[in-house]
Design a protein around this ligand. Structure first.
Ligand code: PLP
Length: 368
């Protein structure tokens, strides 16, 4: 018997966006901006930060394994029972628990090909049969996904909005799809960018209609600026949650993560500022990209994906931007080698990104 199952051995390592320190070390640059991981360039929610500072001297204690305070606050805010709320080390922590809780030996998974890489990595570790359904026009192809449902289907994953495309599924499209899904099949609706998309009229906020087989996942990593604290949450039927609570790593999420999330929920000022800044940044980036005749995919999240002529051009531009101290994400690992994803940053960061892009494009014409 092999020590490591083949489906693990054959996995590729997860390649994350380059950390600022790594680029500083490699290129000897001091002023670097990171627009590669869809984080909040404003920093963490100030209320969360203050709460973390106050809580720091208690980290010799384990956190509440039931996460009562934060779960209760989330339950009150979203008008559900505490029994409908689960916490995790980021929403990816909850995805991992979902796979360990519900998948039996012959169960199968359906999702979109080249959607959120974090889900793909976790799904591949299960060794299950996974139907990766190609996207259509950079959007989830729900019709083809529905056609893949069979007697073994157990889990369907939908990122709404999607990362890395920033496109979303409309309410009527989801309703139509849902009609094809048997009750025994669980649907994960990953709404990591919910706060950015929620103002769009036909965006289906899954909390406004609760189905017993739908698990909604949300996170403090994006709009609340707490990616490093690893704190996410999910809503679902009591029975699903009670089983997830048995399987999750006992003291996940960390004490500081729970404290930060609790305080961040009160930080509506920071949230408003974040959404406003993102709107201004998105308008600026899209208008500049249009002026440059760069193809991009219309996004409702806090990032925008640009489409280039070739893998080579996208790789060269990413490198050229990196050398100018601007970290963006070439989407090769995601399966979109012609695409570069740019997270919306502070106003001055967006300007620097566009100026650097102009230079890089100009240089490539000169050399070409
Ligand atoms: C669609 C999607 N889901 C989940 C996550 C991860 O969120 P968390 O930091 O809560 O694990 C991301 C992060 O990039 C994402 O893009």
């Amino acid at each position: 018997m092999p020590l490591v199952p083949s489906y693990i051995k054959n996995l590729a390592n997860y390649v994350a966006g380059k950390p600022i320190e790594e680029v500083q070390r490699e290129l000897g640059l001091s002023k670097i901006i990171k627009l590669s991981s869809n984080e909040n360039s404003l920093g963490p929610s100030p209320r969360a930060l203050a709460a973390i500072r106050l809580a720091m001297d208690k980290i010799h204690r384990y956190p509440d394994a039931n996460g009562y305070m934060l779960r209760k606050k989330l339950a009150d805010k979203f008008d559900v029972k505490i029994e409908n709320v689960v916490l995790g080390a980021g929403s990816e922590g909850i995805m991992s628990s979902i796979m360990r809780t519900f998948l039996l030996s012959d169960d199968e998974i359906i999702s979109a090909e080249n959607s959120f890489i974090g889900f793909r990595v976790l799904a591949n570790t299960t060794g299950k049969t996974i139907h990766w359904v190609p996207m259509k026009n950079y959007r989830y192809d729900l019709e083809s996904m529905a056609a893949k449902i069979n007697e073994y289907t157990k889990l369907i994953y939908i990122a709404n909005p999607d990362n890395p495309m920033g496109t979303y599924i409309k309410r009527d499209e989801f309703d139509e799809f849902y009609a094809h899904v048997p009750e025994r099949v669980l649907i994960i609706l990953d709404e990591a960018y919910f706060e950015y998309a929620s103002l769009i009229q036909d965006y289906p906020d899954s909390m406004t209609y609760r189905y017993d087989n739908v698990i909604t996942l949300r996170t403090f990593s994006k709009a609340y600026g707490l990616a490093g604290a690893r704190i996410g949450y999910g809503f679902a039927h009591d029975e699903l949650i009670s089983n997830l609570m048995k399987v999750k790593v006992p003291f996940e999420p960390s004490y500081l993560g729970q404290v930060a999330g609790y305080a961040a929920l009160d930080d509506s000022q920071f949230l408003d500022e974040t959404i406003k800044l993102n709107k201004i940044g998105m308008e600026y980036l899209t208008s500049e990209l249009s002026n440059l005749n760069v193809q991009y995919i219309k996004s409702v999240a806090n990032f925008i994906t640009t489409v280039w002529e070739s893998n080579e051009q996208a790789a060269k531009l990413t490198q050229a931007l990196l050398e100018k101290g601007v970290i963006v994400r070439h989407l090769t690992a995601f399966g979109w080698p012609k695409c570069i994803r740019i997270s919306v940053g502070l106003i001055k960061e967006n300007v620097r990104c566009i100026e650097s892009l102009k230079h890089a494009l100009f240089d490539s014409i000169e050399k070409g």
